[in-house]
Design a protein around this ligand. Sequence first.
Ligand SMILES: C[S@@+](CC[C@H](N)C(=O)[O-])C[C@H]1O[C@@H](n2cnc3c(N)ncnc32)[C@H](O)[C@@H]1O
Length: 100
Amino acid sequence: MGFEAKVREFYDAAAECYEHTMGDRWHHGDPDAEAAGRPFLEACERLEEGLVRDAGLRRGGWALDFGSGIGGPAFHMAKVSGARFVGVTKVGRFVAAKPA
Ligand SMILES: C[S@@+](CC[C@H](N)C(=O)[O-])C[C@H]1O[C@@H](n2cnc3c(N)ncnc32)[C@H](O)[C@@H]1O
């Protein structure tokens, strides 16, 4: 089995578990927020907002989220920046499941 097929097989098998345990954020939170004991979702949003700042994203801009999972981070970063996001993921069945 090739690497691409292995990645797809892994996420097809693990997606439900990720979603059950981590919701729509499949990444770590901002380390300072986590160290301060902030809730998981808030720590994730702090990290995403830092990415938006560091990338200089603003209304009218575009971003590619390569490996977007089910899209929680992209939706939040789009909301806080006003930029448009295109998400690419191997977990195809989730792409259409999130609202635009
Ligand atoms: C750990 S998850 C992170 C998801 C999302 N960025 C987040 O933070 O919630 C990694 C994601 O990358 C996607 N991915 C991994 N390899 C990929 C590839 N070669 N092409 C497209 N998507 C890929 C997986 O399907 C999965 O959605």
